[in-house]
Ligand binder design. Structure first.
Ligand code: FES
Ligand SMILES: [Fe+2]
Length: 360
C-alpha cells in the first residue's frame, strides 16, 4: 500500500490483537507490529503464548532472527537466552567463573499476551512504564460474546492505509452502507429510508440499544426464518472495539471487530464472528466467510481511495446525526488522553440516552 494518511495519537494501556494465534506453532517465531512496537511472538512448549519486544536488550538485534526451542529464545548475535513469557535472561554464554554479572537480573521487554477467539492479544503499556505492567491483569482480555457452548467461528482481517481514527470512524459510520456495500444480497440504494436509533452511554463507549434490525438488509431477513423477534445490540468501547450481537430466541450471532493501530498512520481491521445460527447446515461457514470477506474488502477499497485524499491533509467535517457516533468516539478518545495526562477521571461526552436519525 502506497498512500498513507496523516498520523494520529495512540491509546496505550490496553489489549490489542497482534495476529492470528493459529499461526503461532510450537517452536517457531513470528513478528508483528502494534502501536509502532516491533514484536516477536511465539508459543511455548506448554502452549502458552508470549510477546517480546523484537530487540535484544544486549545490542538490539531483532530476537526474531534467533532461535526458539519451545522453551527459550536465543539471540543469534551472542547467544543470550531468554525465558520468553517473563523476558528473563537465563544464560549469557560468554560469562566466565570470574564474572560477577548475574544474567537473571537482565530482562528482554515482555508484554502480557493471551489467546482469545483465535487471536494473540497483547497488552500495550504506555511507553516507559517499565516491565510487564500489573494493569494488564486488571483489564479483561476482549472476547466475542458467546451464548452457549456450541458455535462456529470465522475470522477476517484487512490492512488499512489510514490512521486508526479513520478506520474506527469508517466502522461506525452508518451512511456509507448503501453506497459502499451496494449489492443484491445486502441492500440496494433504492431501499434507503429514514431510520432512528437509540444510543446510550456505557463505560468508555456507547451502545446502540437493542432493536429490530434494518428491514432492508438480507442477512437479517435470513435470521427472521426462526419466526421470533430479532434483537441486536452494537457496542463501541475504547480503544477500538465494536461488538455486535444478534439474538433470536435460542439462536445468536455475535462479532467483535477491532481496528488496531499498526503505526501512527496505518491500521488493521480484524473481525471475529461466532454463531450458532444454521449450526447443522453445511457450507454456512464458507459462505459466511465469502460474504464477510467481500464486505470487509469493500470497506478496505474505499479506505484505500480515501487515504489518497487524506495524504494532502484536507479539512474534513462531521455532520449531525449520521456522524454523531464518530464525534463521540473522538471525544471519548480525547477524554481518555486528558485523563491519562491529568490523573482526573475521564469525562463521558454523553449525558444520557439520545435518539439519532439518518437515512441509509
Ligand atoms: S545482541 Fe543479543 S546477545 Fe548480543
Ligand atoms: Fe462498511
Amino acid at each position: 500500500m502506497t498512500a498513507e494518511g496523516p498520523r494520529t495519537t495512540l491509546l496505550y494501556d490496553d489489549w490489542y490483537p497482534a495476529m492470528r494465534s493459529a499461526a503461532l506453532r510450537r517452536g517457531t517465531l513470528a513478528t508483528a507490529t502494534l502501536l509502532e512496537i516491533p514484536l516477536v511472538l511465539g508459543r511455548r512448549r506448554d502452549g502458552r503464548l508470549f510477546a517480546l519486544r523484537d530487540s535484544c536488550p544486549h545490542r538490539g538485534i531483532p530476537l526474531s532472527y534467533g532461535w526458539f526451542d519451545g522453551q527459550h529464545v536465543t539471540c543469534r548475535y551472542h547467544g543470550w537466552e531468554f525465558e520468553p513469557c517473563s523476558g528473563q535472561c537465563a544464560l549469557i554464554p560468554s560469562l566466565t567463573s570470574h564474572d560477577r554479572l548475574d544474567a537473571t537480573r537482565i530482562y528482554a521487554t515482555a508484554f502480557a499476551c493471551e489467546e482469545r477467539d483465535g487471536h494473540a492479544w497483547v497488552y500495550v503499556p504506555s511507553p516507559g512504564s517499565g516491565r510487564r505492567s500489573e494493569a494488564a491483569e486488571r483489564k479483561p482480555v476482549p472476547e466475542v460474546p458467546k451464548f452457549g457452548p456450541k458455535y462456529r467461528t470465522a475470522h477476517l482481517t484487512a490492512d488499512l492505509p489510514c490512521n486508526v481514527d479513520h478506520g474506527i470512524i469508517g466502522l461506525m459510520d452508518p451512511a456509507h452502507g448503501p453506497f459502499v456495500h451496494q449489492a443484491w444480497w445486502w441492500r440496494s440504494r433504492a431501499s434507503i429510508h429514514e431510520k432512528s436509533k437509540r444510543f446510550e452511554p456505557i463505560p468508555e463507549g456507547f451502545r446502540m440499544s437493542a432493536h429490530a434490525p434494518s428491514r432492508n438488509s438480507a442477512p437479517y431477513k435470513l435470521l427472521g426464518v426462526y419466526g421470533q423477534p430479532v434483537e441486536t445490540t452494537i457496542d463501541f468501547v475504547l480503544p477500538n472495539r465494536r461488538t455486535e450481537t444478534i439474538r433470536c430466541g435460542e439462536k445468536w450471532f455475535a462479532s467483535l471487530t477491532t481496528v488496531t493501530p499498526v503505526t501512527g498512520s496505518t491500521c488493521r481491521i480484524d473481525v471475529v464472528a461466532a454463531w450458532n445460527v444454521f449450526y447443522h447446515v453445511p457450507l454456512v461457514t464458507p459462505i459466511a466467510r465469502f460474504f464477510g470477506a467481500r464486505f470487509v474488502r469493500q470497506d478496505q477499497e474505499t479506505m484505500i481511495q480515501q487515504a489518497e485524499g487524506l495524504k494532502h491533509s484536507p479539512t474534513l467535517m462531521l455532520i449531525d446525526d449520521a456522524d454523531k457516533p464518530a464525534k463521540w468516539y473522538l471525544a471519548l478518545k480525547q477524554a481518555r488522553l486528558d485523563a491519562a495526562a491529568t490523573g482526573a477521571a475521564a469525562k463521558h461526552p454523553m449525558d444520557g440516552p439520545v435518539e439519532l436519525r439518518w437515512r441509509s
